[in-house]
Ligand binder design. Structure first.
Ligand SMILES: [Zn+2]
Length: 233
């Protein structure tokens, strides 16, 4: 691993699942008994804002009760001491990477712990509920929505992500299904850029065949092992 300097790590639901955070991919396409199209699209929010706000209020409350696991902790350890460039691009909307101590984290699908004002476009840190239509701390309007990238919306900071991939020597995908684009396409972008690729996932993902190397097992075991390998050349 001595020739590796710049690393991009993509993380997905699989890493948070071991902390007890479930996703819509568990349980036959249902998410807490809701269909994705009823709670995680702009159309759903326009149609039934109470349902959507209540759903995200519940998720926001739930993630604050969860704790980072050894996979988050290992990535935070790597982030802390890795001398080269490193970017943890997470599809997760919890804050478990940050609570484990990682600082180079990009939330491409937003975060539960922000509220986004559709009146003034300001994002404010938020830990409470939105169902009662609180006013925006910046402009005072009651126009806050979850700062979550819903299906049909554009993920955040794609230019920064592609910039990091162009500079990377290694792309690692942790706990992602390989089903949700554009993240699922990063491995092929990395291949086109001749960036080395590694998959760490519970089982072969839909894109497993695109990786130079794939290891399968729980993230809480695979990630600490891999971090040890990278740090001890
Ligand atoms: Zn506002």
């Amino acid at each position: 691993m001595t020739d590796i300097r710049n690393i991009v790590i993509l993380t997905g639901a699989g890493i948070s699942a071991e902390s007890g955070i479930d996703t819509f991919r568990d349980g036959g396409g249902l998410w807490e008994q809701h269909r994705v199209e009823d709670v995680a699209t702009p159309e759903a929010f326009a149609r039934d804002p109470d349902l959507v706000l209540r759903f995200y209020d519940m998720r926001r409350e739930a993630i604050q009760q969860k704790e980072p696991n050894p996979a988050h902790e290992a990535l935070a350890r790597l982030d802390d001491i890795w001398p080269g460039e490193l970017l943890i691009v997470t599809q997760n909307v919890d804050d478990l990477h940050e609570r484990a101590g990682a600082s180079r984290v990009l939330h491409m699908h937003g975060t539960h712990l922000n509220a986004w004002c559709t009146a003034c476009d300001v994002r404010s840190p938020w830990r409470g509920t939105l169902i009662e239509r609180p006013s925006c701390p910046a402009c005072g309007e009651s126009a806050l929505r979850p700062d979550i990238v819903w299906f049909g919306e554009m993920p955040y900071e794609m230019e920064r992500i592609y910039g990091a991939l162009r500079n990377a020597d290694l792309f690692v995908s942790v706990g992602t299904s390989g089903a949700v684009y554009p993240a699922a396409g990063f491995v092929r972008d990395a291949n086109a850029l001749r960036v080395r690729t590694l998959e760490l996932n519970l089982e072969p993902s839909q894109g497993s065949g695109w990786f130079d190397e794939a290891r399968h097992g729980p993230a809480s075991e695979l990630v600490p092992e891999w971090v040890d390998e990278v740090l001890i050349p």
